[in-house]
Each structure stands twice: as structure tokens, then as C-alpha cells.
Write a new protein. Structure first.
Lengths: 289, 289
């Protein structure tokens, strides 16, 4: 093992912490409940120390929003979040001080996008977008070999959307924007409308078509702006049987042959499974060298 | 003059052809009507030869869609277009053969995005998006110092859009997608609804608010996907008095403070004026070295 890399998948309900190396192996991992920063982060550091220390780098794939401006005094901090106790929390700093080595931090979805592009469903593609559809909707993309950043990281769940004609009565569930993608297609919006998760709705329920249609509109906007070689759609909602194929079909219909790339080939499921979060942290850390 | 660069702004109604250098100067230019490829392209080559030849590079900023895959046998060709005679036309090849030097080709809007980022309204920004709103809507973006490409170039005019409540009766004017951004906000859609261009509608006409609202929805989707430091909105429709300020205001309202960046600073007018097309070709050519 040439390098020993500390890995943190920082989620809103749990931190997964692990030890990896440059050969994509993960040697150990644990789970720590996300409570308060002053409890959760030291617990992660303690566990990493118990694995022997000696880390050459730390990779963190975190919930957000994050300050990722390298020139900022609050680089590596969470900015404002609805999650209690975590607004303005310094996530990267404690690990940098504890292990005295470079720290890479980015959003969990940027980590997943980079990992899927490096080792998974986007491997070999000239560009890849990763979208997770679950409790929220988030996404990241690798273009020209690099993750997209601008003033901040993407917030792909908040793109604007047309309205499905059979869904006109619903206000949308995003506390910021109402009927953005997340407000119309994330898990809580499905439960708010139909009282069950998409996978629990019967096969003939109109919710299946409506959610697939929204995700297809999102895919079309992604094609129009990024023309990605792969669009990797993951997350709990995407595990609904038949949904991926429905999204492909609706994207092909609505695109009307205008965009380059057959949606049946471009839109794919993730390939990295349950290790995607830690592998995202690893992919971010390997970018440091 | 260290380099002599042949510049072509290939538009659907006219080709502007010029001679430039690496110091951003344009020394000569002419206009050639766009008729058929076998007439227009040789006329451009003849004019360039009459300027003395000896070009070190050719830059072409062209209408599209274009095949920009370097591995493709039809790289530098227009693909399918509604413009008669130009489907499958080889645009780059004749210039490469005539002047025996490297040829850079990209879309006109990618050229404009690169030129505005290099010398204009996006200078110094870490990322910049350029959108033109005119007879059509098109856009390009520089992220991480490079133009976005994927399977193909962006087609930003065709992102999906929510519908303004006072515009529900309009089907949209895009022949491919109906009510995409171009179908709802390009010049012909304005004339189709209200019988005049936006700048000719009286100040209190609801069209002003409706078009600003659509462009704000587009700006929000761009922020969500790219988080650009600058969004440069140009084209004939954007010359309507007060429109840019309206777009800024609607973007700020609908964004609800969620995205990083104040729309009043992020959304700006182009800075390169009438030379933007040729400067786009020049910026593309300078990327060859």
C-alpha cells in the first residue's frame, strides 16, 4: 500500500469513515451518527487515529452547501444549512490539523461523479454527470477531466422545470423554490402527493409516469447545457423498478432527435454501489497528488 | 505582428472574414453573403488569399450544429440543419487545405463565450457563460479555463422551462421542442405572440415581464448546473431597454438567496460589441498554440 488515505463520507444522518489506498482499495470502515460537529468530527478523528494514523491525505465527500473557494477564510466549512448545529461548521480544518496532511473536500455528489467517472459507470467517457434522486436531488459533473466548479459547487437539484399536465395542482416541495426539480421529484414530494414512496406505489399509478417525465426534462436540460457522454442516475428513488427505462424513453421522445447521444446509452445506473461515498472521498483525495 | 491568423465568423445569413493577430488586433475584414457552401467558402478563401496569405492558423466561429469530435471523419462539418444547402457541409476542411495550417472551429456562441472570457465581460472570472437571445437562443460556457464540450457542443437554447402563468396559451415556437427556452423567448416567439419585437412593444406591455421571467428561469438553471461567475446575456432581444435589469431582478427574486452570487453582478452585458464574432474566431485560433 503506497499511500494511506483517510476517507470521510459526511452525510446528514451518518458519517462513514474509512481507510483507503491509491489502488482503490478500502481497508476498513465505520459508521458514526451525525449529531453535532463537536461530537461527530472528533469521533471520526479518534477512529482514524485508532487505525494507526500515518495518513498521506484526507478525502472528504460532504453534504453541503460547502465553501470550496480556496482563497476563502472559511474554505471547507459548511455554509448555511437547515440541518441544526451544522451551519458554518468547519469540516475540513479539524482533519487537516489532526493529521497534518493535505485535505480534499467537495460535495458528496461531486465525489460520486468523480468516482463514477474514474472507476464506474462513466469510466472511459469524455464527460459524465451524476444525479442522485432521493430525500433531495443533487448532482455533479466531470467535464474535460475536471469537476465543474464556478462561484460554488453545482446545486443541480434546483434547476427550473416545466410542469407535467397531470401534476398541475401540486405546489412543489422545495422550501426555497417550490417547484424546482427537487421540489417535484425528490422522495418527500412523492410522499406529499401520493402518500407513499414511488417504489411502494402500484405499477399502474400515474406517479411513475409523472416522476419519469420530470427526470426526463432534467436530462434534456443537462444535455442542452453539458452534452454529457453519460448521465448516471442514482439514489433511492431511482431504485424504483422500471424508472430508469421510463426516463430513457421520455428523454428520447421529448428530445425529438435533436441532441447527440441515444438516451438509452447515455442514461445509466451507477456502478459503484454502497462504496460510492467512500470512493468519492478517495477519488477527491487522489486528485491532490 | 507575430502571427497572421485567418478569421471566419460563419453565420446563416453572412460570413464575416478577417485577418487578425495574437495581440487581439483585427487588421481587415469583409462580408460575404451566405448562399451555398460551394460559393461562400471559396469566396472567403479568395478574399483571404487576396490579403497576402501566409496564415499561421485559421479560426472559425460557425453556426451549427457542428461535428466537433476530433476522431470523426466529418470533424468540422455542419451536421443536419434547417438551412438549405448546408447540411453536411464541410466548413473547416477547405480552409485547412487552402492555407495548409491548423484550423480551430467551434460554434459561434462558444467562440463568443471564449472571447468574452478572455478579453471582455468575463475577463478575470473563474467561469463565464455567454447566452445570445436573438432569432434563436444559443450559449456556451468556459469552466476551468476551457469551453464545455461533451458528446457535442452545448445547445443551451433548448433547456426546458416552466411556464409563466400569463403565457399559458402559447404553444412555443421551437420546431423541435415547442416550449423550450428558444421556443418561448427568442425573437420569432415574441413576434408570434405579440406581433412586434420586444423593443417595439410599449413599455407597459406584459411581454417585457414575461420574457424577463423566462430568461431569469434560464439563469437559475445555469446557476444550478454551472454556478458561473459571469452570465453574459447578449443578442438582439437583449438590446431591449430595461431587459437586463429586469432579468437580474427576477433571477434574484426566484433564486430566493439560494445560489452563491448576486445576480446584479453575475448577469452582465457583453463587452466586445460588433467584433465579438471575429474575436471569437481569434480566441479559438489562439487556443491552437
Amino acid at each position: 500500500m503506497d499511500e494511506k488515505i483517510a476517507l470521510i463520507e459526511a452525510g446528514g444522518t451518518k458519517f462513514i469513515v474509512g481507510v483507503g489506498d491509491a489502488s482503490r482499495r478500502i481497508h476498513a470502515r465505520t459508521r458514526i451518527d451525525t449529531t453535532r460537529p463537536e461530537e461527530t468530527i472528533p469521533a471520526a478523528i479518534d477512529w482514524l487515529r485508532a487505525q494507526g494514523g500515518g495518513y498521506t491525505a484526507v478525502g472528504i465527500a460532504s453534504f453541503g452547501p460547502l465553501d470550496l473557494d480556496p482563497a476563502s477564510a472559511t474554505w471547507g466549512h459548511i455554509t448555511r444549512t437547515a440541518k441544526p448545529h451544522w451551519s458554518d461548521a468547519d469540516v475540513a480544518g479539524p482533519f487537516a490539523r489532526a493529521f497534518d496532511c493535505p485535505v480534499a473536500i467537495d460535495t458528496d455528489v461531486n465525489g460520486a461523479a468523480l468516482a463514477e467517472w474514474t472507476w464506474g459507470a462513466g469510466e472511459g467517457a469524455n464527460s459524465a454527470l451524476y444525479l442522485t434522486v432521493g430525500t433531495g436531488v443533487g448532482g455533479g459533473a466531470v467535464v474535460g477531466g475536471r469537476l465543474i466548479h464556478g462561484l460554488s459547487h453545482p446545486e443541480m437539484g434546483h434547476i427550473r422545470m416545466p410542469r407535467h399536465p397531470d401534476d398541475a395542482g401540486f405546489d412543489g416541495h422545495c422550501p426555497f423554490h417550490g417547484d424546482c426539480l427537487e421540489g417535484l421529484a425528490a422522495g418527500p414530494s412523492i410522499i406529499a402527493r401520493w402518500g407513499a414512496s414511488l417504489s411502494d406505489l402500484p405499477g399502474g399509478h400515474p406517479g411513475h409516469e409523472i416522476i419519469a417525465w420530470y427526470l426526463a426534462q432534467a436530462a434534456l436540460s443537462f444535455q442542452a447545457i453539458l452534452s454529457p457522454s453519460r448521465m448516471i442516475f442514482g439514489g433511492g428513488v431511482m431504485e424504483t423498478q422500471g424508472l430508469l427505462d421510463r426516463v430513457r424513453a421520455r428523454t428520447a421522445e421529448a428530445g425529438a432527435g435533436y441532441f447527440v447521444g441515444d438516451p438509452a446509452e447515455v442514461i445509466v445506473a451507477p456502478a459503484l454501489g454502497h462504496d460510492a461515498g467512500l470512493l468519492g472521498a478517495l477519488a477527491l483525495a487522489l486528485r491532490l497528488s
